[in-house]
Ligand binder design. Sequence first.
Ligand SMILES: Nc1ncnc2c1ncn2[C@@H]1O[C@H](COP(=O)(O)OP(=O)(O)OP(=O)(O)O)[C@@H](O)[C@H]1O
Length: 914
Amino acid sequence: MTPAVSPSLASSAPVHHGLAAHEVVLLLETDPHRGLTGQDAAERRARFGPNALPAPKGAGLVLRILRQFHHPLVYVLLAAGAITAVLGEYVDCAVIFGVVAINAVVGFIQESKAEAALEGLRSLVRTHAKVVRDGHERTVPSDDLVPGDLVLFDAGDKVPADVRLTRVAELRVNESALTGESVPVAKDEVVLPEEIPVADRRNMAYSGTLVTTGSGAGVVVATGAETELGEIHRLVGAAETLATPLTRKLAGFSKILTVGILALAAVTFGVGLLRGQDAVETFTAAIALAVGAIPEGLPAAVTITLAIGVARMARRRAVIRRLPAVETLGSTTVICSDKTGTLTENQMTVRTVWTPDGRFEVTGAGYAPDGTLHDSHGTPPILDARAALRWSLLAGAACNDAALTERDGRWDIVGDPTEGAMLVVAAKAGLDAHRVKDLLPRLATIPFSSERQYMATLHHDRTAGQVVLVKGAVERVLDLCGAQMDAEGTVRPVDRAAALDAAGDLAGRGLRVLATAMRPATGQDESDPKGFGEETLSGGMVLTGLQAMIDPPRAAATAAVSACHTAGIAVKMITGDHAATATAIAGQVGLFGHDSQARDRGTVLTGTDLAALPAEEFPEAVDHATVFARVSPEQKLRLVEALQARGHVVAMTGDGVNDAPALRQAGIGVAMGESGTEVAKDAADMILTDDDFATIEAAVEEGRGVFDNLTKFITWTLPTNIGEGLVILAAIVFGAALPILPTQILWINMTTAVALGLMLAFEPKETGIMNRPPRDPEQPLLTRALMVRILLVSTLLVSGSWWLFEWELANGAGLAEARTAALNLFVVVEAFYLFSCRSLTHSAWRIGMFSNRWLIVGVTVQALGQLAITYLPAMNTIFGTAPLGGEVWLRILAIAVAAGLVVAVDKRLRRGRE
Ligand SMILES: Nc1ncnc2c1ncn2[C@@H]1O[C@H](COP(=O)(O)OP(=O)(O)OP(=O)(O)O)[C@@H](O)[C@H]1O
């Protein structure tokens, strides 16, 4: 029977750090060894809810709707509406208020959609936690944790809930998410006074903090909103904004523009009055000028275009964590990529085992232990007569934390693929994991780390008493070795040169080479496993062999690298692996381009080379190199900084704890969704859910597309605004009749922005988007050529509508009819120009007229709207329009076609010049 959970569980209990570990276990009714039962966990989950922070509520519905009215333009409109009401112009008043209401509704829907799209992304990056339930260790989504769960964590993990620690091993936690202090804090299990502040509670690990070193276990005491992080969340109400540098810049720009235009409208009003024009009419005209000239759709369009870009990237398996990354991606000039797992499959298979007295080839593929070892004569070795080989295989399999699994005949590994490959080769020689464990029970471990580049273990051995086994990077292991072993097990002085030669030869074929070594324990230092440390190894190890494994390049990597090169983006490999292996793989995926000589011109630098470079030569050398081998994570930060000093926009991949600073420094920090640590993901701007290099290239492509679409929208919308403003300005200044009425201007602005302009956000990427150089981040959105085009179209709009208005009047049309013609001309020219804006450089025909079906939908809706405003009597009354005859439409179309041709010629001429 499940015990009833005591009420104390429900309270967020700050007392837990004041209790001994066993008291916490009792209080939370859990089992310190077997954890909760599955049933217990399910019941608690039902009772306490998921271990997740409540979604940021953001502003309430009413507030969010009200916010839509918080815009200088809307204030102007509301004031105008009020004044027209006072003056008894009820129709105008109703139109103005109607437009404001529709605008608010559209804005609200768009904003909600963009927010929902971003919210959806968050669920794509779910974190997992290691938990013990029913006596078994398993991985569950962090959301499923409940108070009383026994959780485990290692370096690189994010602490999944508030945990009272029960066991720690050199545990250090970065609590900056909670305390702002970025120096990692050491943790232990001692009981602490009850009134101690959070920052000093050494026996607690808090949700959202990051494990930087060591490991720990403990009992979950609070989940979700009850955690310390939840508390902070509640206080700050941390809601992510949709703002990016670009949206902020544009918002600033439209504010200045608004003020300027309002001033111009005021002056216009003054001029009209001085000329003795009717005050009410002049006033509404001035309002129309303001409404027409202010590009009110701009901020919303930017946000929506960005949100659509983010969704497109997610579909291509790149999850954006920070919105500004979308902009930065488009201007990336260098991608620094890991080798293992990003450019390669991370599917290791040992192909060759070299020992000081012979070399053995290995058959078989993948992780299935089906295959054999054989010497150069094709004879399988007898292990008992091959001491060095036997000890090399034993070191590979016993100094190893991975495990082989088999399900329905399919073999796979749990853990590090390098270690998996070494398990497989040992199994192929008859040393399967169970046998190895039996032969050599492990007593102590020095874990692998990227800085140390090796792993060492101490084992009990029936014959030798105790043995030390080591595996790791060849140079590092050789540094530990004073001797080497031959077939008979005889130990002689190590022939370093021969081993390095063999390793160089294997690495030159693109194989990843690890060395293995052993040493019988001498009895003095290892008798107490607690004393087993790095210092006990140096100099005394015996080299037993080298194991060389293939890790095939990813299928899509070569094409992606070449696409980056065409796009003017340099790709650099940064790896912990050997220079020869790195260079061979770099060659296979085409990092050196077509330049086979590149290698010889110093484009490969090792960590040692980097350390030896004088500071003033560093940035140039880094900029020039393509491969960085045997690089430590700390050096990655220097590499990013050097490239940035050379003016590059850098995208950098990383998956380990120590990669976090470099990821943060890079313009785009890229973490690996499958293999990355939580720490790396936390520091990243973008997460690749498939770890594949090709995904970065895809994201860059999408980033460029987003920028294109923004530019297209702006290029499309500004002529309308300028045109409308100018028409009114000219009418008032020249004292002429208004060719388009204020309410009609409102109609044009509100309907075309939504039905036509926004459809550009759905534009597919243009072909050839990756054939141009990266965008300079300093470059303004609008080039000079585009400004000229905007002015050109504005002029065409003003002169065309004005001419048509006058022509209709001169040929017997009434005022309402002439205005309707001018109004329709405006919209039809805009619709034609919309198709032109689908590509800023090429003709719309070339990119396929119907490739954006949203555009067709939008144009159809707009066309129906135009028919309604022209022919429905009710609309005629409201907007002061009148039905048009067929020949007027012909004139409108003719002018629109002519305008379209002018723009096409402008494009053609510019293309020719460029
Ligand atoms: N599990 C391991 N045990 C012992 N040594 C290892 C292990 N994994 C890797 N090594 C050695 O340490 C070196 C550095 O490994 P690290 O994991 O830092 O980089 P990497 O995986 O080779 O490259 P990348 O940075 O491209 O992912 C490897 O070249 C290898 O020689």
